[in-house]
Design a protein around this ligand. Structure first.
Ligand code: TXA
Ligand code: MG
Length: 359
């Protein structure tokens, strides 16, 4: 979005009485900004940090107060655990109780990268990170800026996506600024995220890996390395305790009304757009490039691109763009149903859910 046009220091001029509002600075990643980030982290503060998937809101995973601050700043439900981010050379035995036999192959195949592994935990990190679960989700991000930051702090960094709870995840420093201006001191600017949707979360505490949240590392890719992979779907009716509380919450929602249509119902969607416009709503469509070409009505068309990678990389930026320009966003499901689309479709459906529902 407009992040790159903003000055490095972005603060509002305020009267002295209002100065308790923190100044939020966006800094490119340099020795100086990394040292500043480290200082904030050691003081128990939180920092906006880039990763190859989405930006994170990072704090010291060993520090109770810092982890609680993350929950408070983000408005995150207290039962939704956080991922601990570590440098590629971090000694995992400090954090995990047991390393399943197939885990090494997964790490070698995909890390650093957009795969979060859920291990049995030693309980060394703050108890607030895993919200009382006896497991710990660990991620080794591939983004060079994230690696530099993790090396500098030499700590496990608890970091959820750097968006206000339920809002669309951030894929640029400008998005983080839009949600947290005045609430955090520093955002490390590592450019636009290449991946665009959050990491695949995979539970490796059992005999077979189980995907808790789909992402760009697919079930098929994991099964190819390990021999098998399952996908978790919560059985809420049975009263079973949910394995990954995050799956229960509404997520990724733009601040405009949304309605999802399948690609086969395009004519119906266009009629619906006209009806909304007649009622005075500003309407926009969000769809893949192929479908976009077929929409013959004056409403704005936000283009997701053509490939699964393009759609993943652009989805959140387009959703954030949509909430600024329209009252009603009409999403058309992409026709591509290949394995890489599972994560993109999951986020698209969640963005349109009107209530907290499991997916
Ligand atoms: O790509 C990503 O994963 C980004 C970047 C910043 O690394 N992070 C991210 O964090 O998406 P967050 O907090 O928005 O989502 C973490 C997900 C949630 O669905 C949470 O429930 C799940 O991971 N999770 C965390 N710890 C878990 C655990 N111990 N067991 C099961 N699920 C866990
Ligand atoms: Mg999130």
């Amino acid at each position: 979005m407009m992040g790159r046009l903003r000055p490095r220091t972005v603060g509002t001029r305020m009267t002295k009485s209002l100065l308790s509002k923190m100044q939020t600075r966006i800094e490119t990643i340099t020795e100086e900004s990394l040292a500043e980030a480290k200082r904030i982290i050691l003081e128990g503060g939180v920092v906006g940090m880039p990763t190859e998937t989405v930006y994170g809101l990072g704090g010291n995973a060993l520090d109770d107060a810092a982890v609680q601050k993350i929950f408070a700043v983000k408005g995150r439900p207290a039962d939704n655990p956080l991922i601990a981010h570590v440098h590629r050379d971090y000694d995992l035995s400090r954090l995990i109780d047991y390393d399943p036999p197939y885990a090494k192959a997964l790490r070698e195949a995909f890390l650093p990268g957009p795969l979060t592994l859920v291990y049995p935990s030693t309980g060394k990190v703050s108890r607030y990170v895993s919200c009382g679960l006896n497991t710990l989700a660990i991620r080794v991000p591939a983004h060079a800026g994230a690696q530099a930051f993790l090396k500098e702090v030499d700590l496990p960094i608890a970091a959820p996506s750097a968006n206000l709870s339920k809002h669309v995840s951030p894929t640029s420093a400008g998005h983080v600024y839009d949600d947290f201006n005045g609430k955090i001191a520093l955002i490390l600017d590592g450019g636009e995220c290449m991946g665009g949707i959050e990491s695949t979360v995979c539970d490796i505490t059992g005999e077979v890996p189980v995907i808790l949240r789909p992402g760009l590392i697919t079930k098929e890719m994991i099964a190819k390395v390990v021999g098998a992979c399952e996908v978790y779907t919560p059985q809420l009716q049975s009263g079973e305790k949910v394995k990954s509380p995050g799956v229960l919450y509404k997520h990724y929602a733009p601040r405009c009304r949304t309605r999802l249509f399948s690609a086969s119902a395009l004519d119906e969607a266009v009629e619906y757009a006209k009806e909304c416009e007649r009622k005075g709503e500003r309407v926009a469509f969000l769809c893949d490039s192929g479908i976009g070409k077929k929409i013959l009505c004056p409403a704005t068309v936000l283009d997701l691109g053509g490939t699964p990678e393009e759609m993943a990389a652009s989805l959140y930026a387009r959703l954030r763009e949509a909430e600024k320009i329209c009252d009603r966003l009409i999403l058309i499901e992409p026709t591509d149903r290949t394995e890489k689309m599972v994560g993109v479709l999951n986020r698209l459906h969640k963005a349109c859910a009107s209530v907290d529902v499991p997916h």
